[in-house]
Design a protein around this ligand. Structure first.
Ligand code: FAD
Ligand code: UDP
Length: 376
């Protein structure tokens, strides 16, 4: 069969590779000038440092099959994401750990004491939190909420935490020990040659043809394909017929410096009066080579509502969007010969590993469908 795949991020690349290995012919297009989607990395021409162009990406997963899958295409160096956070002029570790609690409250509590101490701080009248703010007050109480979550979340999402779903905060653990690993998954690492090289290897197959700088809307062969896997924005595929799904976008402000700028990869700025959310220093995402560079490159990250021409980053998914999303899903379900995949195609915040797992699942469904069509 002939497949068109729209998007050269993980969703598109994994789908292309699987179908090519099953003997199908794949035309993969992306309107950008590079592979990798939002995981794109490239060496900075001025310093040689590997830059994550659309924000820092750390690969982490609990899916053994996804971890095995990515190892086929590139070498991952072990990497533990240890985030620091500045609140009211002092530096802490994040997520909230025993160290954060002891430093913040100027104590030396043991795990059981800290658990009891936080239980007393936490808002006990909230039994089932209905929004982000209630979730935070329920988990850690008002002092830690004010210091670490209120300002950062208001900047990140452009609205009061009480208007946001509780699920956003559930991604962050609270630990009563000194484990400062931001993620709790058993596998974590960063591809030594970067994500774009990894995705290029996934796409290196004799039955895959890639066209960059090619938008689906103007792709001349789109109607001659047997099936399309579309990983671009769902609303854009249907020419925004039900309206525009809301996204947050990011602006990155580059800082060039000598030596070591902040001594770590990610520093969050939790106070609302600092306009950016975090600063990432990219050579620290590659500790195996960081000392080779005398210069350093960092990016301040500013979050704002995406306009029609901006890169979509975070789906907002408030009540208005979920109602509109249901309309798009209904339209997608009655559209023949196209499947919607990935972060933009399904309008969900997906980590890279989930993106890969879902692309592999979609391919298996396609394998079964094709097997049913063919007489044995
Ligand atoms: P994308 O990577 O967005 O790829 C879609 C591609 O489709 C794009 O290249 C786009 O140009 C192309 N396209 C769209 N429409 C069209 C069209 N009409 N015609 C042609 N081409 C089109 N995940 C993690 O696991 N760990 C992290 O640390 C992490 N950090 C993140 C940090 C930030 C700031 C953000 C926003 C996300 C982060 N993620 C992280 C999530 C990660 O970026 C996504 O899981 C991943 O990019 C999803 O891949 P995708 O292929 O679905 O989409
Ligand atoms: N968050 C916060 N303070 C921080 C870090 C995160 O309030 O210092 C909140 C914020 O609302 C964010 C959410 O927790 O959207 C989830 O954090 P995560 O690090 O998963 O955000 P992402 O990877 O999406 O940037």
């Amino acid at each position: 069969m002939k497949f068109c795949i729209v998007g050269a991020g993980f969703s598109g690349a994994v789908t292309a590779r699987h179908l090519a290995e099953r003997g199908h012919h794949i035309t993969l297009i992306d309107e950008r000038s590079h592979l990798g989607g939002n995981c794109h990395t490239a060496r900075d021409p001025q310093t040689g440092i590997m830059l994550h162009h659309y924000g820092p990406h750390i690969f982490h997963t609990a899916h053994d099959h996804v971890w095995r899958y990515v190892q086929r295409f590139g070498h991952f160096a072990p990497y533990i994401n240890r985030v620091k956070a500045i609140s009211r002029g002092r530096v802490y570790t994040l997520p909230i750990t025993l160290l954060t609690i002891n430093q913040f409250f100027n104590k030396a509590l043991h795990p059981t004491e800290a658990r009891e101490f936080i239980r007393q701080q936490a808002a006990r009248h909230i039994t089932s939190p209905r929004n982000f703010e209630e979730q935070a007050l329920h988990m850690v109480g008002p002092a830690l909420y004010d210091a670490f979550f209120k300002g950062y979340t208001t900047k990140q999402w452009g609205m009061a935490p009480s208007s946001l779903p509780a699920s956003i905060l559930k991604r962050l653990p609270v630990r009563f020990n000194y484990d400062d690993n931001y993620f709790s998954h058993p596998h974590q690492g960063i591809p030594v040659e970067g994500y774009t090289a990894l995705i290029e290897t996934i796409l290196t197959h004799p039955r895959i043809t890639v066209h960059l700088n090619t938008a689906f809307e103007t792709f001349p062969h789109r109607d001659s394909m047997d099936h399309t896997f579309y990983t671009g924005p769902l609303d854009r595929y249907f020419q925004f017929c039900h309206g525009r799904l809301g996204y947050r976008t990011l602006d990155f402000e580059r800082i060039d410096a000598e030596g070591d700028y902040q001594g770590t990869a990610v520093m969050n700025y939790c106070d609302e009066d600092v306009p950016y959310t975090r600063i990432s220093e990219h050579k620290h995402f590659a500790p195996w080579e960081a000392s080779h560079f005398t210069k350093t490159v960092c990016f301040r990250e500013y979050s704002r509502l995406a306009g029609p021409k901006d890169t979509p980053y975070y789906p907002i998914r408030l009540a208005t969007e979920t109602a509109m999303l249901s309309q798009y899903i209904r339209t997608a379900m009655v559209t023949e010969n196209v499947s919607f995949l990935g972060r933009l195609g399904t309008y969900r915040y997906l980590d890279m590993d989930t993106t890969i797992a879902e692309a592999l699942d979609a391919c298996r469904i396609m394998d079964d469908y094709i097997a049913q069509q063919k007489p044995l």
